[in-house]
Design a protein around this ligand. Structure first.
Ligand code: ADP
Ligand code: MG
Length: 344
């Protein structure tokens, strides 16, 4: 208690979104100063990290035998403590540069992260030079960053669709009333596309290509120009073993993603069913807010409003909601109750 009073603003304080796919850092007084993939490339023979962030992501699927590119938070749990620590320390170090002052740091983490993992995140940030560390659950940070009035006694629903996890939460008075986290999000959509292209077009493609397909021609709901959305895709032909190009259309990609998309929709419906009636009434009035990179999927807002009967909005800058939320918390003492873990 009282800690936040000392948490008065200093120029180097940081808000961090430690996401399964991307890590972002906000510095008070400056804004977002770092946005990189949560990836580490490691030389397995020498047991040393070769690259962290953007450079490491370029190596995904393209590494020689002894080099692996790891996503330490892939499924929303910290699968690999050492690598997660190394990544967090590297990013904090990049932002701190040569400054000697010790920043206070607020970190947004997936809400499924366990107590032990929370300690590990706090420990890593402390080792990276933080004078004080606070944790905040991603849905709350996302809601704040999306501009929802989380301090009011009104129900707000936020759906944060990241790489590894989708978090659905109903918030009121700076707290989580109910929430559900499913390990189906952007990565699963990519995986569904890989399987489909292999099965129907006999073409083997990697994760990066699948992600490009998803972003360029993927959609969650039919549109008028549906059949004109096409893309030339290169991969390895399964039968001849040779490189080949095939043309892929929007509707088939939507169809290929239908299963993971319905898992997300079902999680939203289950959460709505469990929402206390007064808060449900608020949500009907205010609508549902979508955040996270997955919110950029074309037609996802339409699909969700069609399935739930509730107006659904996409946040202004979905990929930045969580980090902007941590930044607002850094700069606003009123938001004291939102923390879910702290150092010392
Ligand atoms: P996390 O918080 O888990 O790190 P992000 O919020 O950064 O995740 O979102 C990353 C996910 O968003 C990835 O799966 C990526 O493929 C997906 N994504 C990014 N842009 C788009 C887009 N335009 N359309 C669909 N999905 C997208
Ligand atoms: Mg996220």
């Amino acid at each position: 208690m009282g800690l936040l009073n000392r948490f008065s603003l200093s120029r180097n304080d940081m808000g961090i979104d430690l996401g399964t796919a991307n890590t972002l850092v906000y510095v008070s007084g400056k804004g977002i100063v770092l946005q990189e993939p949560s990836v580490v490339a490691i030389d397995q023979d020498l047991k040393i990290p070769l690259a962290v962030g953007e450079e490491a992501k370029k190596m995904l699927g393209r590494t020689p035998g002894n080099v692996i590119a790891v996503r330490p938070l892939r499924d929303g749990v910290i699968a690999d403590f050492d690598t997660a620590e190394l990544m967090l320390k590297t990013f904090i170090g990049r932002v701190r540069g040569k400054t000697l002052s010790q920043p206070r740091i607020i970190i947004g983490i997936p809400s499924g992260v366990t107590g032990v993992e929370r300690r590990a995140v706090i420990e890593a940030a402390t080792q990276a030079g933080a004078s004080e560390v606070r944790l905040i659950d991603e849905p709350i940070a996302a809601a704040i960053g999306a501009g929802l009035p989380v301090s009011e006694a009104t129900g707000n629903m936020i759906i944060d669709i990241g790489g590894g996890t989708t978090e659905v939460a109903v918030l009121s008075l700076q707290g989580t009333v109910i929430s559900e986290s499913v390990r189906v999000a952007g990565d699963e959509l990519n995986e569904a596309i890989i399987q489909y292209v292999k099965k129907v077009h006999n073409l083997v493609i990697g994760e990066r290509t699948a992600e490009e397909i998803k972003i360029q021609v993927g959609s969650a709901y039919p549109t008028a120009e549906d059949n004109e959305v096409v893309m030339e895709v290169r991969g390895l032909h399964l039968l001849s073993g040779l490189p080949r190009t095939v043309t892929i259309k929007g509707p088939e990609i939507r169809e290929s993603m239908s299963e993971p998309l319905s898992v997300i929709v079902e999680a939203v419906k289950r959460t709505l069913e469990r929402t206390p009636p007064e808060l449900a009434a608020d949500i009907i009035d205010r609508g549902i807010m979508l955040a996270g990179g997955g919110a950029l999927m074309k037609g996802l807002d339409t699909l969700i409003s069609h399935e739930t009967g509730i107006v659904t909005h996409v946040a202004a800058d979905p990929l930045c909601c969580v980090v902007l939320g941590t930044g607002r918390v850094l700069e606003n003492k009123m938001l004291e109750r939102v923390f879910s873990g702290q150092s010392r």
